[in-house]
Design a protein around this ligand. Sequence first.
Ligand SMILES: [Fe+2]
Ligand SMILES: [Fe+2]
Length: 212
Amino acid sequence: VAQCCCTVACCILRVCTADSCLQNSARAYSVVPAPRDSAEKEMMHRMLRVDHAGEYGANRIYAGQMAVLGRSRTGPLIQQMWDQEKKHLSKFNEILAENRVRPTALLPLWNLAGFVLGASTALLGKEGAMACTVAVEESISEHYNSQIRALMESDPERYTELLQVIKEFRDDEMDHHDTGLEHDAESLPGYWLLKNAIQLGCKAAIYVSQRV
Ligand SMILES: [Fe+2]
Ligand SMILES: [Fe+2]
């Protein structure tokens, strides 16, 4: 009888109850189930890679906003949202490591692009920063919602824990989106144009981060 830790029961009983335990005995416990086959592994890796990239980018956007507006009256509000993004990112860092998922090769690009987007919209003032937040957070929420739908359609029980994480983060992103609206995002001249341009960029970033 081999020892493993792929399920809670395995850990407590110190015995393997399924074949998959033997294959995955070296794998740390994670909210993501051990992949059944290469198709599921591929699907999961794409999903986790893009989520990680999104949280990474969000962190850089808030860093850019703080570089410009950190000392203004809006500073504490932005800091509050950034702190939540830090938690999201560290969770995905953990999940990627546990499941040996390679992050996107484009992190250096998202590092720069995120910061520039955050800082440049913040230079338009508080309303600019909030318009950026509304655009980005709406895109991330929609992205998480489509993942939630996909996992629910596939096998809600199998992905219970991962779904819990994604739903919690989605709710945070919705809060950020609402915060942006409450703080006059829409009063920025050219709001719709800017919002649409940013969301087009988000769509492109999501598309490439799944693949590269
Ligand atoms: Fe986030
Ligand atoms: Fe967010």
